[in-house]
Design a protein around this ligand. Structure first.
Ligand code: C5P
Length: 221
């Protein structure tokens, strides 16, 4: 069974998807981490970001694995290194590159092919797993999302202001929404849940109810 969780940055997708996967005993797949890892590889090789072929070569040659909630790039644990403000700001080059997207979509489908998976991203319900049994669209208000990201960056020792985070988030939302293929869109058959005012535990509980509801519906068909 595949459960997709899509939504804008900072809606709480990763924490919720991880918690839901733990609860169900499913694998958790963080697809944003893949775009981040390719971006980190590009940064390290100091590529010209306008050179889309260079990024394709990096993605095609990358050995990307995501075991147990970690991210390995060519054998190196980059779980923390992909979370910086700089990586976040540059990730749109990988996300906008259609060949890079196709390579990562293939990898995502391969990873989830034989394992029950909770997968999170922007295009999981619409492009990558259109036949997923359960699709969820997670949202939250702009301020709540920016506050979460701000606190997360501060806890990692980054020096940023709330206004910077909010303004970058608006830019990112716009890019995610405008991306023609793989952009942020709610699938027609997705169930929307706003995480505003909910604790992580409450979000996970609601997600568990949604998944259970879907499983029951399917069994009755
Ligand atoms: O979710 P996260 O913020 O880690 O994603 C990093 C970036 O990767 C996002 O800004 C988004 O543009 C891109 N992304 C994407 N498709 C996905 C997941 C993430 O384009 N499935």
């Amino acid at each position: 069974m595949i459960v997709t969780i899509d939504g804008p940055a900072g809606a709480g997708k990763s924490t919720a998807a991880r918690g839901l996967a733990d609860h169900l005993g499913y694998r958790f797949l963080d697809t944003g981490a893949m775009y981040r890892a390719i971006t980190l590889a590009g940064m390290r090789q100091q590529i010209d970001w306008q050179d889309s072929e260079a990024l394709v070569r990096i993605a095609a040659g990358a050995d990307l694995t995501l075991p147990d909630d970690q991210v390995f790039l060519n054998g190196e644990d980059v779980t923390q290194a992909i979370r910086t403000f700089e990586v976040t700001s540059l990730t749109h080059y990988a996300a906008d590159n259609q060949t890079v997207r196709q390579l990562l979509v293939d990898l995502q489908q391969e990873i989830a092919a034989h394992t029950d998976t909770v997968t999170e991203g922007r295009d999981q319900a619409t492009v990558v797993f259109p036949h997923a049994e359960c699709k969820i669209y997670l949202t939250a208000s702009d301020e709540v999302r920016a506050q979460r990201r701000y606190e997360d960056l501060l806890s990692r020792g980054e020096k940023v202001t709330f206004d910077e985070v909010l303004s970058k988030q608006k830019q990112r939302d716009l890019r995610d929404l405008k991306r023609e293929i793989g952009g942020l869109r709610k699938a027609e058959d997705s169930i929307e849940l706003s995480t505003d005012g909910l604790t992580t535990e409450q979000v996970i509980q609601q997600l568990v109810q949604i998944v259970r509801g879907r499983v029951t519906d399917k069994n009755q068909v």
